[in-house]
Every structure is written in structure tokens, then in C-alpha cells.
Write a protein that binds this ligand. Structure first.
Ligand code: DX5
Ligand code: ZN
Length: 229
């Protein structure tokens, strides 16, 4: 089977109703989300706290497709097993989170999940060059991590460099932060295939009125691909 480099929209539940995660996950999938992006923050690696593996395990039964867990925590290694047991399909750790990211990626794969590596805006593409053989996804942050709703930082050059570096290896390029209908075309053209979007997906909708989620997802997909589905 050929590797799927088509555009995938991954709503971040950081912008969802925290009292209603299960129903929110079901709503965004019903409205066309490809993956569900789950942001874990520890108040140490980033200046905000979200939730941990217990919450991930609780929402897992409400997600039919891919659960994409983005760890903004340090250290990472002591918690990998817990997130894998919670049912994460992808576990992404930051290259800046510790001295031994290679070991971390090996441990993620060893725990049975796909291994992602994330780059803060200030970190160059070269930081992952020697990790690609043990990597399933590279996440390019287009905001400084910690909060939803921030202004997009253009990382097009970094995305293009990574796209060339990856070549035909089966590695996704994910973009996280400030993705909306205006910024999606830029990142898609640069070579990204997974677009995380929090505020731009959840804006205007709710569990009892999920239609706007679908409108927002279709609009972002159309902006990225030129095709409205
Ligand atoms: C930022 C998180 C993102 C963020 C995306 O720290 O990793 O996933 O919630 O939210 P928006 O799309 O609102 O920038
Ligand atoms: Zn994220």
C-alpha cells in the first residue's frame, strides 16, 4: 500500500469543551475530521497544564480513527508506557524536551505506537536529520507551544527542507498552531500532509450544534487542496 500523503485535518481538542471530550471527539469525527489531535501539557515544558494519560484513556473509546497525542512534557520517557496503554496511535515528543530524543523515539515504537518528533519554531530542520529512520511523523510547530489560538508563524522554509529530507520515506509532516483557511494553503504547498487546527475547527459550533465543525473542516481542507468535499 502506498503511503498516504493526502491532506488530513486533525482538530485539536484543546479548543473543545473540556467537560465533554467524549461527545466532542464523536462530533468532530462525524463532521469529517481525519485524526484527533490530543495536546498534553505539563506546566513545566510549556507554561500551561492540560491533562494526562488517564484522560487520554477515557476519550479513546470515543475516537474511531487515529488518536494523535502531542506531548508537551519533560521528561517524556517515564510516561510513554502510560500513553501507549491509553491507546495513542501516534505519540509525539519534542526534540527540545530532553537530551535523548533518539532513545525516546525508540521507546515509543517499543511501546507499540508510531513515533513523532516535534520542533519548536526556533529549532532547525537539521535537528531531526539523524532521527528519520526511527520516526513516523515530524511535527512542525507554527506557534510556540502552550496555548491554542495563537498567531501563525511562517515555517515554510523549514517544511520544504523537511519534505526534501524525507523524500519517499513513510513519514508524515504535521503542522501545529494557527492553521486556518488563510494559512493552510501555505503549509500544504510547502509539503505538509497533517494539519492540526484547534480554534479554526471548533469556532462557532458545539456538541449540540456540530454543523459549524463540518463547515470549518471542509473550508480548511478546500483551502489546502483546492477541492471542496
Ligand atoms: C499548541 C498546541 C496546538 C494548538 C492548536 O501548543 O500544540 O495543538 O492547540 O490550536 P490552534 O489551532 O488554535 O492554534
Ligand atoms: Zn498540538
Amino acid at each position: 500500500m502506498t503511503f498516504d500523503r493526502s491532506i488530513k485535518i486533525a482538530p485539536s481538542i484543546l479548543a473543545a469543551d473540556f467537560a465533554n471530550f467524549g461527545a466532542e471527539c464523536e462530533a468532530i469525527e462525524a463532521q469529517g475530521a481525519d485524526w484527533v489531535h490530543v495536546d498534553v501539557m505539563d506546566g513545566h515544558f510549556v507554561p500551561n497544564i492540560s491533562f494526562g494519560p488517564t484522560t487520554c484513556a477515557a476519550i479513546r473509546p470515543h475516537i474511531k480513527g487515529i488518536m494523535d497525542v502531542h506531548l508537551m512534557i519533560a521528561p517524556v520517557d517515564p510516561y510513554i508506557e502510560a500513553f501507549a496503554n491509553a491507546g495513542a496511535d501516534f505519540i509525539t515528543a519534542h526534540v527540545e524536551a530532553g537530551a535523548h530524543i533518539h532513545r525516546t523515539l525508540q521507546a515509543i515504537r517499543g511501546a507499540g505506537a508510531k513515533a513523532g518528533v516535534a520542533l519548536n519554531p526556533g529549532t532547525p530542520a537539521s535537528a531531526v536529520e539523524h532521527l528519520l529512520d526511527i520516526t513516523d511523523l515530524v511535527c512542525v510547530m507554527t506557534v510556540n507551544p502552550g496555548f491554542g489560538g495563537q498567531k501563525f508563524i511562517d515555517m515554510s522554509d523549514k517544511i520544504k527542507t523537511l519534505r526534501a529530507m524525507i523524500g519517499d520515506r513513510p513519514i508524515h509532516i504535521e503542522i501545529d498552531g494557527g492553521v486556518d483557511v488563510n494559512t493552510a494553503p501555505t503549509v500544504a504547498q510547502a509539503g505538509a500532509d497533517v494539519l492540526v487546527a484547534g480554534s479554526a475547527v471548533f469556532r462557532g459550533g458545539s456538541v449540540s450544534n456540530p454543523g459549524p465543525y463540518g463547515d470549518n473542516i471542509r473550508a480548511i481542507r478546500e483551502a489546502a487542496t483546492g477541492v471542496y468535499v
